[in-house]
Design a protein around this ligand. Structure first.
Ligand code: NAD
Length: 417
């Protein structure tokens, strides 16, 4: 299939099939894992501020729950598709298994442009979406979290709506909430912190450190901002950042906190006066040590992969590299640290949040961060060892580890009926 015709779900399937070949997976299990358990499409009627009713399209994919309740974010974006949601739900399944937390994989999305909706409209949209999905959600069934253009506030609306209909307070139905309503310390920063932990450990395994390494980051939202922040706090020089508004470059390294303040005030990084402007598409060709794509899927493809000079790519976003580009990078000897490892910090701390909600207690932030560090460092070492054992790339190795864990459960539980 031509690369431009590849949907994210095709990409996810190709990655799964490659791992299945390398690990010699039971074909029956592969057949099961190629398909999502359930995908629902819903119509969400919303009364807009002008009094007119608009109907939005929403999806929730519950990909696999062999290892525990479905877990995965909800995305609000004009380009959300059923297919994209399926791919993201598959990636969540492998991610949760890879870092060994008792969840399956799910993902949701609503086709909308949140930048054009008022707060009240977003609230009505979120609440109606939750109400429509009500029978499919629950702390033991399916637990959403934030993703692109959704945040703590979105999670509060979901939790409140669910709790009203369930008839009890159910903080465990979502993660990524604010602390006031049962969120975990450290959750907001967790994905970016995880990117940094995994990058640091990867370098360490090759006898290097983050000190003075040059970095370029695509995307300056929750993941990109925190990844850039922690990498710079760990001694790296984040030279370039781009977002949907444009980009900035400073050879000596950017002051990430200052750039973050500017981006919040101005709606993006473009025009930041303490650095040079950088056209968005130039981000991948910079001569940096580490590249962190932290925006959307399919950003590195056959058309731009040859520009890449970085030695390491740490995938903050889900699916930022097409399978074709992946092959080119593997041949060039660029180490790609795959999304299901590199950005798993968010779901790991989501798991910690869910555990705290169920126990009705709050851990100290140091405890959360320390548990996160241990889990991600262990997973990074395991991925490297598996890659060496199977003579394969890190993405395939990460899939092999994840699928083995799912296979163990499948063997024990058997297939109904
Ligand atoms: P976000 O909405 O907070 O930020 C997205 C960023 O990407 C914004 O800065 C936006 O301007 C930028 N962007 C969008 N299109 C772009 C383009 N074409 N070029 C450059 N920049 C562009 O979203 P987020 O939560 O940071 O998620 C980013 C990625 O990380 C997604 O792939 C998401 O699935 C993944 N992810 C998020 C989490 C999490 O905890 N938030 C966890 C795991 C993975």
């Amino acid at each position: 299939m031509k690369e431009e015709q590849l949907s994210p779900a095709d990409m996810a399937r190709m990655q799964l099939e490659k791992a299945a070949r390398v690990m010699n997976l039971d074909p029956n299990l592969l057949t099961i894992l190629r398909h999502p358990k359930r995908v629902v499409e819903v119509s969400i009627p919303v009364k807009m501020d002008d009094g007119k009713v608009q109907v939005f399209q929403g999806f929730r994919c519950q990909y696999n729950d062999f290892r525990g309740p479905f877990k995965g974010g909800i995305r609000f974006h004009p380009e959300v598709t059923r297919d994209e949601v399926i791919a993201l739900a598959a990636w969540m399944t492998w991610k949760c298994a890879l870092v060994d937390i008792p969840f399956g994989g799910g993902k949701g999305g609503v086709v909308c442009d949140p930048t054009k909706l008022s707060d009240r409209e977003l609230e009505r949209l979120t609440r109606r979406f939750t109400y429509t999905l009500m029978p499919l959600l629950g702390p033991d069934i399916d637990i959403p979290a934030p993703d692109v253009f959704t945040n703590e506030k979105t999670m509060a609306w979901i939790m409140d709506t669910y709790s009203i209909f369930a008839g009890y307070n159910a903080p465990g139905v979502v993660t990524g909430k604010s602390r006031t309503i049962g969120g975990s310390p450290g959750r907001r920063e967790a994905t970016g912190r995880g990117v940094c932990i995994v990058a640091r450990k990867t370098l360490e395994l090759f006898g290097e450190t983050l000190e003075n390494k040059t970095v370029a980051v695509q995307g300056f939202g929750n993941v990109g901002y925190h990844a850039a922040l922690f990498l710079s706090q760990n001694g790296a020089r984040v030279q370039a950042v781009t977002d949907v508004t444009g980009g900035v470059y400073r050879e000596e390294g950017l002051d990430i906190e200052d750039l973050g303040r500017y981006a919040r005030e101005h709606g993006g990084v473009a025009g930041y006066p303490k650095a040079d402007p950088l056209p968005g598409e130039k981000i991948f060709g910079l001569p940096v040590d580490l590249l962190v794509p932290a925006a959307l899927e399919g950003q590195i493809h056959s058309g731009n992969v040859h520009e890449i000079q970085a030695r390491y790519i740490v995938e903050g976003a889900n699916g930022p590299i097409t399978p074709q580009a992946d092959e080119v990078l593997n041949q060039k000897g660029v180490l790609v640290v795959p999304d299901i490892l590199a950005n798993s910090g968010g779901v790991v701390v989501s798991y910690f949040e869910w555990v705290q909600d169920r126990m009705a207690l709050e851990w100290e932030e140091e405890e959360v961060n320390e548990r996160l560090r241990k889990k991600l460092e262990r997973a990074t070492v395991e991925v490297k060892e598996t890659a060496e054992q199977y003579h394969t790339d890190w993405r395939t190795a990460a899939y092999i580890l994840a699928i083995r864990r799912i296979e163990e459960v499948y063997r024990e539980r058997g297939l109904f009926p």
